[in-house]
Every structure is written in C-alpha cells, then in structure tokens.
Write a protein that binds this ligand. Structure first.
Ligand SMILES: NC(=O)c1ccc[n+]([C@@H]2O[C@H](COP(=O)([O-])OP(=O)(O)OC[C@H]3O[C@@H](n4cnc5c(N)ncnc54)[C@H](OP(=O)(O)O)[C@@H]3O)[C@@H](O)[C@H]2O)c1
Length: 394
C-alpha cells in the first residue's frame, strides 16, 4: 500500500520531469550526512582520492563552517595511515546543521547535488526520543527536500541489516518492507525499519537505494584505529569464555572500509538491478562464535584450556560484576551488563545476511573477520577498555 502523505507540489513535478530528461552522467556532487561517524567517515575516506571529493558537501553539527571543516578533517584522519595527512576539506564544503533543525536542508548549495548518501543516525541502543526525530522525521524532511532537486540521480539511504527484525530464518534475504516496532530487540532498529518503509511509501519517485550493512567491526588494514566499536565486547566475551549463544552461532561481520567502498560503488554505478542491498559477509564470509573466541584467546592467552560455556541471560549480571572486579574499577559494570545483554540477544538470532545481490553487481565479497582480527587486536591493545567502550556509549 502507498501512503502519499506529502502533496505533490508543482516544484516537485518539475524536478521529476527535469530528472527524467537528465542524462545519467554529468557533474557529480555528493552530499554526505554522518561524516563524523564511523561509517560516514569511512565513506568520505573512500572518496578522498577521487575527483569527486572536492565537490562533496558535508552536513556537520558545529558552531561554524571552520569548526565543521575541522570535524570532517578529524574524522578523515582516523582513516589515513600513520604519517599521511588527511585530505583538504574546505569551509565551502560544509553545511552546518543539526538534522533536528526544521531548516537543516534550506541551504541553496543542495540544489546542485547529484547524489545523496544519508549515513547520519542516532545509533544508540537506548530508548531515546531523538532516535525517532533524527532517524525517521529528519530522514523524511531530507527526502522531501531532495524530491525537489532536479539534478538528483541517486538517494542512498544507509539502513541496517538488523532492521529485518527478530523472526527471520538463518539466512536473511533483502525484503522491501520491514517489520515495525514489536519485531525488534531495540528501538534503534525499529526506527531504521520505519524510516526505510516510510521513504518508499511517501517518496515513490525518489531515486532511492537502500544499503543495509550487517555488523561492522574494525577496518581491514587499520584494525580498530578508526573505532573499537563492538570489538571490545568480543574481547570481553573471549576473556569470560561464557556467553548466551552457542559456539556454533554465526556472526555476519564486515570491516568498515569494505562497507564504505561498497556504498560508494552503489552510489555512483549508473544502473543498479535492485532497490535494496545487504552489505554483508554472507554464508561464505561469516564467522562462528567459537572460532572467533578461539582466535582471540590465541592472541590474548586467555581461557587457559577452559571450554566455552553457554549461559542464560540471568548469569550476565554476575559475569559483568566479576569482570568489573578484575578490571579494578576501570569498567562501568552496569554498562557492560547492558551491552552483554543486548548484543547477546543479537548473537542468538544467528543471522547470516545474503550477499548475492552485491556479488551480482560485480562487487567483491567481504573479507572474513578472521582475516583481519589480528589487526583489530593489535591496534586496540594500547587503548583502555573504558575508551573502547565509549565508542558504543555516546
Ligand atoms: N556501525 C555499525 O555497526 C552499523 C551497522 C549497520 C548499519 N549502520 C548504519 O550506518 C549509519 C552510520 O552508523 P555509524 O556507525 O557511523 O554511527 P555513528 O558512528 O554513531 O555516527 C553517527 C553520525 O550521525 C551524526 N548525527 C547523529 N545525530 C545527528 C543530528 N541530530 N544532526 C546531524 N548529524 C547527526 C553524528 O554526528 P555527530 O558526530 O555530530 O554526533 C555522526 O556523524 C547509520 O545509519 C547506522 O544505522 C551502522
């Protein structure tokens, strides 16, 4: 069913008519939201060496364009190898705005945009009202604004594979319509599902492509230098050697650089066969929990021959407390308990996300997490656990 809640304005009709006549080539101007985040930063880094970079526009929260450009540079610096300076970002490339602002997209520079990559989101697992105002309401305002941009050739919405909800088989394929509130473990995935559904329902003429990454951990060559998001939790579980999922459960993990380069290719490829793509490791590249923990224990010298033990969720509180006690107060045990509980529920889903659509577009498969796990381990070694955890508790 299509709910056309926004009246078709004359401007919108003109934009569609012009778009229909526009060649699918011409000047490329990419507008990126979320550039200061893990995925958005990697997307900008993937574009940094291309001729399109200097024409890119970035929506950034800041007090001024100068501060905004500085934030973009800092974000890009996380993805440059040691000793290599981050690319130049000019103030004219920065649109200072908060997605919650009603006029966030009023800047006339947006009329020149040919490709949108909407990566910004509130990614917290907590029940926060801004999950809905940013992830859903602001996304609709963004789509409404770009429905009226005649030059627009593609609108890429960065969703999440976990927006598929809880009641799917072991291998999840891409469905267009996503389940809503009650089918989700956290409000965040429910908000992503609602946003994606509403984009399709309200803006059927938008050149929309949804990309749904699976679990993103580290960078295939820089390890956890850009972010230790989720990696720290795997390390804690490997040290505890006890968790709520069976060791045979699969985790579909991709590195952020693979995710970013896939998004860039899908953004710029003139034609695509599908409206939705998983960005995932798939059956060939996903790793079993037991294998991952063994590999980590081999690097850390943990477990000392103890076999892995599957526990119930009720045991996690005491596990977090005893881990906190051995970490001598350097870890927030309440947060650790929460993280173990929520990520434990996701791990029990045992999902592998079908990646055949990506392969059918001629894109390479994702590297296996086991192939770059060592790099993640080495790069995170010097970082205190508290700082690593901060990547997931903003
Ligand atoms: N990381 C994963 O494992 C994963 C997996 C699947 C899908 N995804 C999807 O990938 C996308 C990016 O995730 P991420 O991991 O990069 O998230 P992240 O590191 O938490 O970054 C979020 C980005 O959104 C921006 N943002 C949040 N609220 C905003 C607002 N009100 N106004 C303007 N900007 C705002 C943040 O800006 P500030 O720096 O100003 O806060 C930041 O740039 C999300 O759509 C997420 O659903 C991520």
């Amino acid at each position: 069913m299509v709910f056309n809640l926004f009246p078709r304005s004359k401007q919108l009709q003109e934009a569609q008519d012009i778009r229909a006549r526009l060649p699918q080539s011409g000047p490329v101007c990419i507008f990126l939201t979320g550039v200061t985040g893990f995925v958005g930063g990697a997307i900008a880094a993937a574009l940094a060496d291309t001729e399109n970079f200097k024409e890119m526009l970035f929506l950034v929260r800041a007090q001024s364009a100068a501060e905004g450009a500085q934030r973009v540079r800092q974000s890009l610096a996380r993805f440059t190898p040691p000793g290599v300076p981050p690319p130049l970002v000019l103030e004219r490339q920065v649109i200072v705005a908060d997605l919650n602002d009603a006029d966030a997209f009023s800047d006339p520079r947006l009329d020149a945009v040919s490709h949108v990559i909407h990566s910004a989101a509130v990614t917290s697992f907590a029940d926060r009202p801004d999950i809905w105002t940013v992830n859903v309401d602001a996304t609709m305002r963004l789509a409404e604004r770009f429905s009226e941009v005649a030059r627009l050739r593609r609108f890429v919405y960065v969703g999440t594979a976990m927006a598929c909800g809880v009641a799917r088989g072991a291998i999840v394929t891409e469905t267009l319509r996503l389940p809503l509130e009650h089918a989700h473990l956290v409000p965040y995935t429910a908000s992503k599902a609602r946003a994606e559904n509403q984009l399709r329902e309200r803006f059927p003429e938008l050149p929309l492509v949804s990309v749904r990454p699976s679990i993103i951990v580290g960078h295939s060559s820089l390890g956890c230098k850009p972010s230790a998001s989720i990696f720290w939790l795997l390390k804690v579980v490997s040290q505890l050697n006890r968790f709520v999922c069976p060791p045979s459960a699969y985790l579909d993990i991709v590195p952020v650089d693979y995710c970013a380069s896939t998004i860039v290719t899908l953004t710029l490829k003139p034609t695509l066969a599908f409206p939705v793509y998983h960005i995932s490791a798939g059956p060939g590249g996903s790793s079993m929990v037991g294998e991952l923990l063994q590999a980590l224990q081999g690097m850390e010298g943990g477990a000392q021959g103890r076999p892995y033990e599957r526990v119930t969720e009720a045991a996690l509180k005491q596990m977090a407390q005893s881990f906190g006690a051995t970490a001598r107060g350097t870890v927030n045990t309440r947060m650790l308990h929460k993280a173990l509980t929520l990520y434990g529920r996701f791990s029990r889903l045992n999902y592998i996300f079908d990646q055949r659509r990506i392969l059918s577009e001629g894109l390479p498969p994702a590297p296996s997490f086991l192939d770059y796990l060592g790099r993640c381990h080495r790069s995170a070694q010097a970082l205190p656990l508290r700082e690593q955890m901060a990547c997931d508790f903003k």
